[in-house]
Design a protein around this ligand. Structure first.
Ligand code: COA
Length: 507
């Protein structure tokens, strides 16, 4: 600053300006204009240091002019209008749709409210998680493993289906005989495990449900296996008649180079059969699309998710679901409607959370794990069901393996036979309702129709939502049915099971 004293009157202005610059030096430039205003006196100071007073005075005039100009601009800016015709952001007419922040807020609120519930639960019940108890859900007696034995025995049915197809391909069995053997095989697949579960007391409800689940999947797979091989024979006979190229091999566009395409009856091998049995699909194909390699990182991520979510599912069921269910028995017995509704709403949150976790565990982690291990290329196990605005969209997108099976082996064949869309859809939902009821009632050894009704009610509900609700309202209706429908069915089954056990004990 000392050098500025040697300069005449204009310098007093410069000194003020330099001082201002010195004071402002510690401040960050707020915007372009203030930075420029601070910049000019410093430039003047630099010229003065060289002793050129003419340059110095010209510089300070420039600074003055630019200051005046910026002040004028500032005034103009202040006087210019600050309003224009526009909608508020939250009005639908504004066209604004970025609600990311709101979504984050929902997540924060959800975490906070659940943290409160979690603490309340811990304070009231203490720690209820008991991994040893999980084993007892599968086994009553450590020396008797009926559910595991049932799963092992299921290999017999797989081999019978393969044997029948081989005989059919060699024309050792006629089509009606082959069809009959398949029908008997599949009828036994459904009735044999059910009979074992109902008659052998050492089968637990969870073990029984697991074994029945395996048998149901096997039933659907073998049905598909039978159909596809029959279609191949039909196509071969058409080919034989027309002497054209075989159509029993699929078009090869989705296969990697070097993959050997299998043609009927080359597919009728044990290896091919067991690949299909373990592949995460219910629909058989002679040549499945294959992924080129096994990605170890991907595989380990899915495996760790599987282990994590298994622990979470078990822990949350023990700590959260069971206490709420137990405390719901009294209001259910007393038929106290308001308390029953309160318990239903209380159960809805953990039940829904568990269902979402189950979805991720099963449809994402487990299916991708087995697909990766088997290099199974088609990973579309679910689609965006969470955006469902209609019930139909939900059923088309939440469980793709079952939906594909229903379309390919049940719905479209019915349509082709001339049944109307309504009847065909009702038939599919009836079949699905039967399997839902079968998977619940048999392991519980208690025949109620809550699961059956739950599926059948989807048809009128789909009609209602499609007819009266649109967009977000439709989406909310689908969510409501998932969130409230399931705990309702769970409470009904648990109540009936509880009453049945008590009456048996009393007897
Ligand atoms: C019943 C169900 C199969 C109907 O499916 P959808 O997709 O609504 O059926 P659509 O009427 O739209 O037709 C589907 C297909 O049939 C075809 N189709 C329609 N009419 C046809 C006809 N007369 N002949 C042949 N094909 C026909 C359509 O072209 C369409 O083919 P695409 O899939 O190749 O595009 C489905 O709702 C469903 O899977 N429900 C049960 C789900 C379930 O129980 N899941 C259990 C999960 S735990």
């Amino acid at each position: 600053m000392g050098d500025s004293d040697a300069v005449g009157p204009p310098l007093s202005r410069r000194r003020r300006a330099t001082l201002a610059a010195g004071r402002g030096a510690s401040l960050q430039p707020v915007n372009g204009r203030s930075a420029a205003a601070r910049q000019s006196p410093v430039t003047v100071g630099a010229a003065g240091a060289g002793g050129a007073s003419m340059v110095d005075s010209r510089g300070s005039e420039e600074a003055l002019k630019s200051e005046k100009r910026s002040r004028r601009n500032d005034m103009g800016e202040r006087l210019s209008g600050c309003h224009k015709t526009q909608e508020s952001l939250l009005s639908s007419a504004s066209g604004y749709n970025n609600y990311r922040g709101i979504l984050n807020w929902c997540v924060v609120m959800l975490v906070l409210s659940n943290a409160r519930l979690f603490l309340e639960n811990l304070l009231r019940y203490g720690v209820l998680v008991d991994p040893i108890e999980v084993i007892s859900l599968f086994l009553k007696d450590p020396h008797s493993w009926p559910a595991a034995c049932l799963v092992i025995v299921s290999n017999v049915f797989i081999l019978v289906a393969l044997y029948t197809e081989r005989q059919l391909s060699k024309s050792s069995f006629s089509e009606p005989v082959g069809f009959l053997v398949h029908c008997i095989n599949m009828a036994v697949i459904l009735t044999f495990p059910a009979a074992v579960i109902l008659l052998v007391p050492s089968v637990t409800p969870v073990g029984g449900a697991f074994a029945l689940g395996v048998y149901t999947i096997l039933f659907l797979k073998l049905y598909s296996y039978k159909d596809v091989n029959m279609w191949c024979r039909e196509l071969s006979s058409i080919k034989a008649k027309k002497l054209s190229r075989s159509m029993s091999c699929p078009t090869p566009q989705h296969f990697n180079r070097g993959d050997q395409l299998v043609c009927y009856p080359g597919n009728l091998t044990i290896r091919d059969m067991y690949y299909f049995v373990f592949a995460p699909t219910l629909c058989y194909e002679l040549n499945f699309p294959r992924s080129p390699t096994i990605r170890i990182g991907f595989l380990l991520r899915r495996l760790s998710e599987m282990l994590f979510f298994t622990q979470m599912l078990v822990g949350l069921t023990q700590q959260w679901m069971i206490p709420v269910i137990t405390s719901s028995m009294k209001p259910l017995e007393d038929m106290d409607l308001s308390r029953m509704t309160e318990r239903l709403l209380r159960l809805a949150v953990p039940n829904h959370l568990l269902w979402l976790m189950f979805f991720y565990w099963f449809f994402h982690s487990s299916m991708n794990f087995s697909a990766e291990l088997l290099c199974f290329g088609d990973r579309e196990f679910y689609r965006d069901w969470w955006n469902s605005e209609t019930v139909t969209y939900f059923w088309q997108n939440w469980n793709i393996p079952v939906h594909k099976w229903c379309l390919r082996h049940f719905y479209k064949p019915l349509l082709r036979r001339g049944f109307s869309k309504m009847i065909s859809q009702s038939a599919v939902f009836f079949l699905s309702a039967f399997f839902h009821e079968y998977l619940v009632s048999v392991p519980l050894r208690m025949f109620r129709i809550w699961a059956f009704m739950g599926m059948m009610v989807q048809l009128p509900f789909a009609w209602f939502v499609g007819r009266f609700l649109r967009g977000n309202y439709g989406n909310a209706a689908v969510w409501m049915s998932i969130i409230l429908g399931q705990p309702f069915a769970v409470l009904m089954y648990v109540h009936d099971y509880y009453v049945m056990q008590h009456s048996q004990e009393a007897n």
